[in-house]
Design a protein around this ligand. Sequence first.
Ligand code: NAP
Length: 286
Amino acid sequence: MSSTITVLGTGIMGSGMARNLIKAGFDVTVWNRHHEKAEPLAEAGATVADDVTSAVSSSDVVLTMLFDGDAVEAVMEEALPAMRSDAVWIQSSTVGLAAGARLTERAGKHGIALVDAPVLGTRQPAEQGALTVLAAGPDELRDRVTPVFDAVGSRTIWVSDMPGDGQRLKLVANSFVLSLVGATAQAIDLTQRLGLDPQLFLDTIKGGALDVPYVQLKGKSMVAGEFPPAFPLAGATKDGHLILEAMEHAGARPEIMEALVGRYQEAVDGDHGTEDLAAVVRAFLP
Ligand code: NAP
């Protein structure tokens, strides 16, 4: 079992994941660009590193949970040369296809083994160690990374032995998330425009074949007009653009996703990027 692990990025997801790794008995080092966001993890038992190089230099495993591909590339440019040659890199940020391929190439150049492992689940599952890990990487690495996945998640799906396939499945899943939340926003807006209480829509589908817990959760937030971030709108919109790129690459028809991403982008441009993705409803409401 790997016992020393470094988590690079202690945002909403990285913090919860680091806490669960500590609980599972790992010796955890954390680093974050803005140091103050990593400091609370010291109380939980993590070593808070001042710089990337010292953060990664003695760890068995390095896990990246950063905003996007550019952030991961910038941080790993420093980290890769400093990592132990026998260390494994678990890349869990959602970076999409093009950046995912660049990261795989970079890891290869440095002779570092890579497992592509984006996750499904937001703030609460990250805090509860209940994420779904979408893993893709060489079979011989499975035994080494399984204890990490068991600590942060309740389920691991091994997609294939090819890094990049985890990102592919993650984009598919997030295309569904963005559609579901967008459809909820549209229904709530229409209920209101037709002169009805928007809660009536949520009550109407409740408990029936159309009901989805995530729709109730995000719909409740839309009706209340309160958007504490679990999955920030900026991240969801970033993923929307990655989904569109993947659709173009795959020859899929983009019209529906283009319209949706337009709404998400509008809400971000209206300065709501740090709110939860449910705030996409702001781009529908009058
Ligand atoms: P977050 O709370 O916004 O955290 C983003 C992290 O990235 C922070 O540690 C931030 O550092 C760091 N970062 C951003 N730009 C950077 C740069 N140029 N250089 C170095 N560090 C940089 O985001 P999150 O929700 O935890 O998401 C992290 C990843 O998980 C993303 O790829 C996201 O798509 C994915 N994800 C999120 C969810 C979710 O529901 N939240 C679910 C599944 C997957 P600072 O604190 O210094 O800004």
